[in-house]
Design a protein around this ligand. Structure first.
Ligand SMILES: [Zn+2]
Length: 172
């Protein structure tokens, strides 16, 4: 399988939210682990995060262009959430039916770690899901401004859950 891994933000002015921890750091650390683990399992990985961009829109456009040009089988954008310090848990966005199946597979694995299940969300307004041509998901791993989530959070476990979810979906 050829998988486009999009490490969210990390491309100023495209930067993530800040809570107890910084979203950018978590996206990068979990994303890099996911990339390594998928490669170890024999999958082809296309990193979609650009090295620079003048605007947020340009950053998002480059991510989609990379995935589309490489014609990846699945596009996976990795993010973490922020809201009001109280909201917590995991949600995964998708648009297409295939995308929703992959999203559910990943969500099911992440909530096994103890995070609240916020469900599969409609991603039809998200730029990177609208502008990629293959099944695509955007993962909001958990909330970086939630005490509960940050106590539960473990980089290695989160990366393993994402990889397992992606693999389960394609194993038969
Ligand atoms: Zn984000």
């Amino acid at each position: 399988m050829k998988i486009g891994i999009d490490i969210g933000h990390n491309c100023p002015p495209d930067t993530g939210c800040k809570g107890i921890k910084c979203e950018d750091d978590l996206n990068l650390n979990v994303g890099n682990k996911v990339i390594e683990k998928l490669k170890t399992l024999g999958h082809q990985v296309v990193p979609c995060q650009p090295t620079n961009a003048d605007t947020v829109k340009a950053s998002l456009t480059k991510r989609c262009a990379t995935a589309n040009a490489a014609n990846v089988d699945i596009f996976v954008s990795i993010h973490f959430n922020c809201f009001n310090g109280q909201a917590n848990g995991t949600e995964v966005y998708a648009m297409s039916e295939v995308g929703k199946k992959i999203a559910k597979s990943v969500l099911d694995e992440i909530i096994k770690l103890g995070f609240n299940n916020r469900g599969i969300k409609d991603g039809s307004k998200l730029f990177v899901l609208k502008n990629t041509i293959m099944p695509a998901i955007l993962i909001e791993g958990c909330f970086v401004d939630s005490q509960k989530d940050m106590k539960l959070y473990n980089e290695e476990a989160m990366a393993n859950a994402i990889v397992q979810g992606l693999i389960n979906n394609y194993s038969c």
